[in-house]
Design a protein around this ligand. Structure first.
Ligand code: ADP
Length: 304
């Protein structure tokens, strides 16, 4: 569905996309996970045809995007910032977007109805957008991107700053659209969202894709499959230092995390801590997450 080859974009001396190559298959729910400033919006805006790269190529559904907007009929774009007319009602907003895509008359009306139902705003169709909550505005923004029944939907951090109910409504709708065959590219800095939604994930930072794969494939890149957590202050400093023989120790706000080396068995670890007089109940176990992978790959956290 989407092929990016060696895409590079510079803003002055800053390289926002650095030689990015990526294939997204038809029907995938592809996640782009990275912190603020990683290059997610820049990548999305290139795929949406709003910007031209300094180098590299992209094609969508086999159509080379060698000029702005070349593949726009196939693409729905939900930008990070809302693109709505606040003084118009929901229906009027959708009518404007629909006409931009060449929809008119009965076909336009039918699509407006379908998309309002899809995002759960059919009862608010005549209300002006300025009376909507942030979450409702985001859902309308999403409806606007679906009017022309695109093959590829680009969602650029669509849940930033919205209530959990609207977030879940957006997740449910995107999952349904994906089951119905829509290819989705979803950017986020929340690893929970990428973990829940995406069949494949690209980890992006400083304009580079650092790792790419399914959740399981990505987590396999970590040296550790087990993480042991214990409260800061619960283990004397010299003892904590000793635990480093079993893996890498990371300081967190409330606690310490020991990422066990792949060859260390849990039983071996707990035998050693018991011998040092540390009770098992001090320790909690967790599976490594994408956050851990991000730290491993880039040396920093997703929220920094
Ligand atoms: P993200 O979406 O992951 O937060 P962006 O793609 O918005 O990241 O930004 C990537 C980098 O490019 C950042 O360092 C940002 O400051 C810079 N950048 C983005 N847009 C512009 C622009 N129009 N002019 C100059 N720098 C920009």
């Amino acid at each position: 569905m989407l092929v990016l080859e060696n895409l590079t974009k510079r803003y002055g001396s800053l390289t926002a996309l650095n030689d990015v190559s990526l294939h997204v298959r038809r029907g995938e729910f592809f996640g782009l996970l990275g912190p603020n400033g990683a290059g997610k919006s820049t990548l999305m805006s290139h795929v949406a045809g709003l910007r031209q790269p300094d180098a590299g190529r992209l094609s969508i559904d086999g159509v080379p995007c060698d000029r702005a907007g070349a593949a726009s009929a196939n693409i729905g774009f939900v930008p990070q910032s809302l693109a709505l007319y606040e003084d118009l009602n929901a229906e009027e907003n959708l009518a404007i977007f629909g006409r931009l895509y060449g929809l008119t008359g009965a076909a336009l009306k039918a699509r407006i109805d379908e998309c309002l139902v899809a995002v759960g705003l059919q009862d608010r169709r005549r209300d002006t957008v300025k009376t909507f909550s942030g979450g409702m505005q985001r859902r309308l923004n999403l409806a606007a991107s679906l009017l022309h029944a695109p093959k590829l939907l680009l969602c650029d951090e669509p849940t930033v700053g919205i209530d959990p109910q609207s977030r879940n409504a957006i997740f449910d709708l995107l999952e349904q659209l994906n089951r119905d065959g829509l290819t989705i590219i979803y950017s986020t800095h929340y690893m929970e969202e990428a973990t829940r939604l995406c069949s494949r994930i690209g980890i992006i930072d400083h304009g580079r894709i650092h790792a790419l794969g399914t959740l399981d494939e990505l987590l396999e890149k970590l040296p550790s499959r087990e993480v042991v957590m214990f409260p800061r202050g619960s283990v004397a400093h010299d003892l904590a230092a000793k635990l480093e023989q079993f893996g890498a120790l990371h300081e967190r706000a409330e606690q310490r995390e020991l990422h066990l080396r792949g060859d260390v068995r849990l039983a071996e670890f707990f035998a050693a801590t018991a011998a040092a007089g540390l009770p098992d109940r001090l320790f909690q176990l967790k599976r490594p997450t994408l956050e851990d992978l991000f730290l491993h790959l880039t040396g920093k956290t997703l929220r920094e």
